[in-house]
Design a protein around this ligand. Structure first.
Ligand code: SF4
Length: 373
């Protein structure tokens, strides 16, 4: 099985060309063909030498992941089921807003973090996604949208809020982000990408080495006992450790930290939670996204009333914390926050039967949650 071309950052591509004795300046031209002109067949790259084209064509796989299913919500949110060469699938969701079309991408097949409110958690972690599989979700979804909706359906923003904990897959997500940002390729702006984390402290402390994108921290509770109930990661990295790590994030470069707070009826939506949250967050520079809980099959939590959500928001704002209520999108197709789960998990799809490629063995090495430090 050939390695995917989409795993290569521009620097990686330059290195492999140099190692092969080929012209390193072709790397930028190749990125331009693949990511700007969307021409993935090396035979068509007219300004790249024949030798380089031939070598890349026989050394790398230029295929994108496959869209195996898609569904459209009544509110315009579109969920894609994306399939990889080993038969695993993840979900990726395109969410329209007035001036943008955001793709919520997955970073792992399943997730090891085990948040008790999350549908993805019920499938456990199968494996990390490679950079090309993360970038491929965007490219495959964009290709589908262009073909089936039209040229105007352009994805503009990315949030790493699909399946998985992105910082548990730090190196691959860092590479994928570099590929998204590369001006000679996709050229997405730093402000258009948001990295979300459940609070993996050792990786948060390494964000200084990460491209300067927006950061979202999933808080969901202001007290350790409630947060541990919702997010077992809090047993290892509690609120004190988390906020100590948050202080190490280079704010100037990252510009903005958003705190995600899932509102659950009767669990974290009372006055003690308002007061706890207000005392945790630095005034003036914190923004809280309130997310009324989205119920899913078998979920044990309930969504609070609209009155409670509004009251919570007002209480926070009266304490100097900027607050927004995230409009819930895509609930009718289970595409909303915390509702994503890979389909076909008991019987992998054989996606590659129609191609003359040898089906690969599963590259999974059963990654472990990083040990506490
Ligand atoms: S909410 Fe995110 S981090 Fe928590 S289990 Fe679900 S996918 Fe993993």
């Amino acid at each position: 099985m050939l390695p995917s071309f989409f795993d290569l950052t521009l620097a990686d591509l330059t290195d492999v060309l140099v190692a092969r004795g080929l012209n390193k300046f072709s790397a930028g031209q190749i990125y331009d063909w693949v990511y700007k002109k969307h021409v993935r067949d090396p035979a068509e790259w007219t300004n790249v030498s024949k030798e380089t084209r031939a070598w890349l064509a026989e050394s790398y796989d230029f295929r994108l992941p496959k869209i195996v299913w898609q569904g459209l919500s009544v509110d315009g949110t579109r969920k894609f089921l994306v399939g990889f060469t080993d038969g695993n699938t993840v979900e990726t969701v395109a969410i329209p807003a007035r001036d943008r079309l955001t793709l919520c991408v997955s970073s792992q097949v399943g997730c090891a973090i085990g948040c008790t409110f999350c549908y993805t958690a019920t499938q456990g972690l199968k494996r990390h996604l490679k950079p090309g599989e993360v970038v491929g979700q965007f490219l495959a979804a964009q290709e589908w949208l262009t073909k089936n909706v039209g040229e105007d359906a352009r994805l503009t923003n990315i949030v790493y809020m699909g399946q998985g904990e992105p910082l548990h897959n730090y190196e691959n997500i860092k590479k994928a982000t570099q590929i998204y940002l590369e001006p000679k390729g996709m050229g997405l702006g730093q402000r258009r990408i948001t990295l979300s984390t459940s609070g993996l402290v050792p990786a948060i402390e390494k964000l200084i080495e990460f491209p300067p994108v927006n950061i979202a921290i999933s808080l969901h509770a202001a007290h350790n006992d409630v947060r541990t109930e919702l997010m077992p990661i809090n047993k290892v990295y509690d609120l004190e450790r988390l906020f100590k790590a948050i202080k190490t994030i280079p704010l100037k470069a990252h510009r903005r930290i958003t705190y995600e707070y899932l509102l659950i009826d009767g669990l974290n939506d009372g006055i003690a939670d308002v007061e706890g949250l207000a005392s945790l967050l630095p005034k003036g520079e914190s923004k809280v996204n309130l997310i009324p809980f989205n119920e899913f099959p078998g979920s044990k939590y309930k969504r609070p009333s609209e009155k409670t959500v509004f009251w919570f928001m007002q209480q926070m704002e009266s304490r100097g914390i900027t607050c927004t209520v995230r409009t819930t999108k895509g609930t009718d197709i289970l595409a909303a926050c915390g509702q994503l789960k890979s389909a076909y998990e008991d019987g992998r799809l054989n996606l590659w039967d129609d191609r003359s490629q040898t089906r690969p063995t599963n590259a999974s090495t059963s990654p472990q949650v990083p040990a506490p430090q």
